[in-house]
Design a protein around this ligand. Structure first.
Ligand code: GLU
Length: 281
């Protein structure tokens, strides 16, 4: 018997769930099939998360007909696990403290010899200003960055299996592309003590997720996640990236697209089956 498939939906309670979230949640639940569908609340950015949005997430998902085991994992409860993972990475010598502000990075990148700044899946590709600093000189207010070149050298060859409809097959992570287009990503933000990339990898492993379903906008971040799994010696799930729900002008839905909030469709009498139909499922 193949092992049970375990999937998850991992919303951030920073706004109302909209049609794009419903689509992502329904795909994760459908992909779990006879396996397990889990929920995780991604609330590391406490300045943007609201309890009312979290309550609405549970309510909307129940209304859609979804169910999941309790207790639900909440990232704000997981700081010790993130600290432990950062400790493991620091012991491998692939982290360094960084005190650059966004303005510093922009200024360094606009120096005439730098050419056009590169925007990767993690934002502006870091120019490496603090790369020679050691963890021994880390200050509590510093961010921690992954030295991409050393991390890739330590991890060796990396690949992942994509099962989604857009780019199915085995994908080999290209180290040169990672170094030049992703760069030294932040794993611990100064105001948070962790980052999306670190938390998602640590938590997917802790929850035993076997297939990660998520929007195609995160496809290019997968190389970062696979690299962190290798460095932290975690099992590698398979991936299923789905297309994004867009508005009439072709723009992807954002949290502020309240016009497509599930709560609003509910108030207008749309049924859960109607939501499925609206998302094309
Ligand atoms: N929390 C992320 C979001 O709301 C999802 C991250 C993921 O699925 O890996 O967009």
């Amino acid at each position: 018997m193949p092992p049970e498939r375990i999937t998850r939906f991992a919303p951030s309670p920073t706004g109302p769930l909209h049609l794009g979230h419903a689509y992502a949640a329904l795909i994760a639940a459908d992909r779990a099939g006879a396996g397990r569908f889990l929920l995780r609340i991604e609330d590391i950015d406490q300045s943007r998360c609201r309890p009312a949005y979290e309550a609405q997430i549970y309510d909307d998902l129940c209304w859609l007909g979804l169910s999941w085991p309790s207790p639900v994992m909440r990232q704000s409860d997981r700081m010790p696990a993130y600290r432990a993972a950062l400790g493991q990475l620091a012991a491998k010598g692939v982290l360094y403290p960084c005190r650059c502000t966004r303005a510093d990075i922009r200024a360094a990148l606009s120096a005439p010899q730098e050419g056009a700044p590169l925007l990767g899946p993690d934002g502006l590709v870091y120019p490496g200003t603090c790369r020679t600093r050691s963890m021994a000189e880390a200050h509590p207010d510093d961010a921690l960055r992954l030295n991409m070149r050393s991390a890739l050298a330590l991890a060796g060859g990396l690949a992942f299996e994509e099962r989604g409809p857009l780019q199915p097959g085995r994908h080999v992570v290209d180290p040169e592309w990672m170094i030049h287009n992703v760069g030294d990503v932040v794993l611990s933000r100064r105001d948070m003590g962790t980052s999306y990339h670190l938390s998602v990898v640590v938590d997917d492993a802790a929850q035993g997720i076997t297939e990660i379903t998520r929007g195609a906008d995160l496809f290019d971040a997968t190389g970062i996640h696979v690299l962190l799994q290798a460095l932290l010696e975690l099992l590698r799930p398979t991936y299923y990236h789905h297309d994004l729900i867009r508005d009439e002008s072709g723009k992807r839905l954002a949290k502020r697209d309240d016009a497509r909030a599930i709560a609003l469709y509910r108030a207008q009498g749309v049924t859960p089956q109607g939501i499925r139909a609206l998302t094309g499922l």
